[in-house]
Design a protein around this ligand. Structure first.
Ligand code: ATP
Length: 517
């Protein structure tokens, strides 16, 4: 685990050193859990967004996009339940003065039991080899059974307090923390305060106080911008159910514990799609979107074993089924995307609060009803982090040197092709510029002439550039260059005229999208 934490620290500093992610207002020592994307980060982020947007809007005839404002009428948040219920249960340790989310402390405790079971299984697997029968081992091994029982008891109690009548049972939560002997990781003590609720929405004022300023909120999710536009889009786009509305945009949450770099930020970006359907069909659509979204993730080639679904123990006030897609980060399996069956809760609430009729007239059944909704909601920043974590490698080379390389999927890489003149003379720089001038319309190219070629390769490896081309003496004679592959480091000679065909297909988002169909 300590090793994994070291890797994570290295990834964080790599992000800064190579212009991917900087702390916000860095010259003033940063701002808690707010980050800026640098020259390479913004390109990677834009590519992630494009991959998502195109997979939704280009590949589905019945999904369209919108871009709603961040500021919304304050009643929106009353109707959605966020004013009353968008709370996290928080608890403080009196000795360290550190604040935690009580639900997270309990979930981490459950994960510890799961880890212990997993370790026993792995040990036994090694010992018994092919003859290992996991089901039998789980059913009979005393240590596994003991931890499973602890897990099951805790899980049951947790579900009870999270789903208590009238909201989360805060006293019950504290009791679990005490009974489980959970200690503060900083002070090591169990000197806990009571559990309190904390609303996560940022407030601000619109208009001057003289003309009656009103309190408005920075949206904590982009979804409500879609719901309040449901009628506009359905009518003007003449959309027929089932159909979806997609949106990418900023969201803001005053997170209590903002840790783990861009995993939990106070200002972040979401990619959300609300899929409007006929009531009664929601569980089928829920299953279908689970599958579609998992395929989108796995299509990046990081290995199916790094993803899993995690069904929710506590359903949000609006949901009748919910799952997360979790990715194996250096600090464990963590949520990257949520898929929720939101029933007709949001549209009904907006109908109630606005006094407008928000319904769909189904021409096939001649009935009017409030559509049900399946939501897919993914954080751009968490996606970015998962890609960085999986791509980062410190590779030991045969000559004993270490190269730091980002194995980014080529279609997402910030720079696709770097072009180097071997030396700064004999017309090589001009030739290299000529190549870039020709290819820059097709993909992002970068020119580098400083330092030895080896150093230039390393710099490109560190930003995940999949291809480098070197212009040398022979280029001037026969218009060929060496093309180097980031992952294999192999080089071969190709004609300049072939470069576009060789590279374009591999680095285009289209190539990723085609694999989804
Ligand atoms: P968590 O349980 O980690 O707080 P959540 O379940 O509240 O997340 P959702 O409300 O389902 O998250 O939001 C959908 C997605 O938005 C999440 O899967 C995540 O990728 C992203 N997201 C949510 N909160 C943050 C945050 N503070 N920083 C970065 N991304 C976030």
């Amino acid at each position: 685990m300590a090793q994994q934490e070291d890797v994570f620290k290295k990834i964080v500093s790599h992000c800064k050193e190579y212009g991917f992610v900087f702390p916000s207002s860095d010259i003033y020592d940063g701002l808690g859990a707010v980050y800026d994307y640098g020259q390479n980060g913004v390109e990677l982020k834009n590519n992630i967004k494009q991959y998502w947007w195109q997979s939704m809007v280009l590949l589905h005839e019945n999904i369209v996009g919108i871009d709603a404002a961040i500021f919304m009428h304050p009643t929106t948040w009353k109707a959605s339940g966020h004013v009353d219920a968008f709370n996290d249960p928080l608890i403080d340790n009196r000795d360290s003065k550190k604040r935690y989310r009580a639900d997270v402390l309990i979930e981490e405790q459950m994960a510890k039991y799961e880890d212990k079971i997993q370790k026993e299984i792995e040990k036994a697997q090694k010992r018994f080899g092919d003859a290992f029968d996991e089901a039998q081992f789980r059913a009979t091994n005393p240590r596994v059974l003991e931890n499973q029982e602890k897990y099951d008891n805790l899980h049951k109690r947790y579900q009870e307090v999270m789903n208590a009548e009238g909201g989360i049972d805060l006293e019950g939560m504290k009791q679990i923390i005490l009974d489980e002997g959970i200690v503060c990781p900083i002070s090591g003590t169990r000197n806990w305060t009571d559990v309190r609720q904390f609303n996560l929405m940022f407030k601000t004022e619109m208009g001057s106080t003289a003309d009656g300023a009103s309190t408005i909120y920075l949206r904590p999710e982009t979804a409500q911008g879609i719901f309040v536009n449901y009628l506009n889009v359905q009518k003007t786009g003449r959309m027929k159910l089932p159909f979806g509305i997609a949106q990418i945009g900023k969201a803001f949450r005053n997170e209590i514990v903002a840790r783990q770099f861009i995993f939990r930020m106070r200002e972040f970006e979401q990619m959300e799609m609300q899929f409007f359907i006929q009531p009664g069909t929601e569980l089928d659509w829920f299953a279908k979107w689970k599958e579609t979204r998992m395929k989108w993730h796995q299509n990046l080639g990081f290995g199916a074993e790094n993803y899993r679904f995690h069904d929710h123990d506590k359903l949000a006030h609006y949901a009748n089924a919910a799952t997360d897609i979790e990715f194996h980060m250096p600090f464990g399996f963590k949520e990257v995307e949520g898929i929720h069956s939101r029933t007709n809760f949001d549209l009904s609430q907006h109908a109630k609060y606005s006094g407008k009729k928000i319904e769909y007239f189904d021409p096939e059944t001649n009935e009017s009803y409030t559509p049900y909704v399946i939501e897919t909601s993914i954080g751009v920043d968490r996606m970015f982090l998962s890609i960085m974590c999986h791509s980062y490698e410190e590779q030991l080379l045969p000559d004993g040197q270490i190269r730091t390389v980002l194995h980014l999927p080529a279609a997402l890489a910030p720079v696709k092709l770097a072009v180097f003149p071997l030396t700064k003379k004999d017309g090589m720089p001009e030739k290299a510029q000529e190549i870039i001038n020709d290819l820059r319309f097709h993909f992002n190219c970068k020119y580098e002439e400083k330092d030895q070629i080896g150093k230039r390769y390393r710099r490109m490896d560190a930003i995940g550039c999949p291809y480098c081309v070197t212009v040398d003496q022979q280029t001037l004679e026969d218009n060929t260059v060496t093309l180097r592959d980031r992952d294999t480091m192999e080089q071969h000679r190709v004609a300049i005229s072939e470069l576009r065909d060789i590279i374009e297909d591999k680095v285009s988002i289209t190539s990723l999208l085609k694999k989804l169909l």
